[in-house]
Design a protein around this ligand. Sequence first.
Ligand SMILES: Cc1ncc(COP(=O)(O)O)c(C=O)c1O
Length: 405
Amino acid sequence: MEEFHKTRRLPPYVFEQVNKLKAAARAQGADIIDLGMGNPDLPTPPHIVEKLTEVVQDPRTHRYSASKGITGLRKAQAAYYERRFGVKLNPNTQVVATLGSKEGFANMAQAITAPGDVVLSPNPSYPIHTFGFLMAGAAIRAIPAEPGPEVFHALERAVIHSVPKPIAVIMCYPANPTAYVADLEFYKDVVAFARKHDIFILSDLAYSEIYFGDTPPPSMLQVPGAIEVTAEFTSLSKTFSMPGWRVGFAVGNERLLAALARVKSYLDYGAFTPIQVAATAALNGPEDCIVEMRNTYKRRRDVLVESFGRAGWNIPAPEASMFAWAPIPEKFRSLGSLEFSKLLLEKAEIAVAPGIGFGEYGDEYVRIGLVENEKRLRQAARNLRRFLETADETLHNVVPVSAAR
Ligand SMILES: Cc1ncc(COP(=O)(O)O)c(C=O)c1O
């Protein structure tokens, strides 16, 4: 049967292939250590859950809510930006609450894109960064994911060679899947470029609070003048371990936010009010739960890097995010990331996300999520050691990729 125009632009998730194998292995009784998904495993702090259960008792909260978020929630987000980044925002015109940042991002793409518009996106990237715009009818032009001079060379070339000229550039630091981080100096240059060429910046700051060094990740909006061209997305999913609650935000440029709010007003009535009230309590509440969560991810990162390293797989320590971006061990690299991930699942009972699922330039890597506890990570390292010890034998039995094609 012929595919629909929209679904033809959405190839089946590469991750589905690994997920299917994972489910089959589990059905056979295998104890798979799942580091494949970016799904936080830590519980939401109790004071936030309590607020939800308290508020839900009031029948007035059972009605339709406000599409762009209740006032208190938008004020709480503005207060967070002021406290954390020193950025002042008008909660009425410069803040929109979204049903998770992914929804906000996708609907921003719908709101601002005309068919054939060119959008610049890192490769590899979190899938919605490209597919949100592809669904909206845009053409994507890749830029490097690593913040540095190459990004600016790519931006310059894009402005000269794209027809029509790009409308927007996507930035995501700390990055999923690469865990790259950017500093304010880099952001200053991005903002200067975007303002000069009249290009919007969409900044995804979902990992604003998951960092392991002394310097917290900055906001693009800290750059003077950034608000003229920038919308930035944050999320409670990772900060407060609330991924299933679906609460995120878009903040920044009024024209961009008005467009997003307009589209959303046709699509949704906002999150369930008790969820919005609990999210407000999260943002206005104590910060020790954030610190605790950060420390948990940091300990896991240290265990992962140390124990996998001793098992024979050297993985650069991520400075932020809940992922390690791991170069495929030399011996296995020519298999590509999907075949390597399948092998790792089958022989070592470890699930990871193949880098190719995030874009063609990710194929020499896999993404490892810090979403199992330290004991399980050590267990994964033991499995890995055995896997690597028998690498030659395993590779001997794998049909060479070139022959399989
Ligand atoms: C970079 C990035 N942006 C956005 C999201 C989605 O977050 P939310 O739960 O707020 O939709 C994720 C989730 O993994 C992410 O990694």
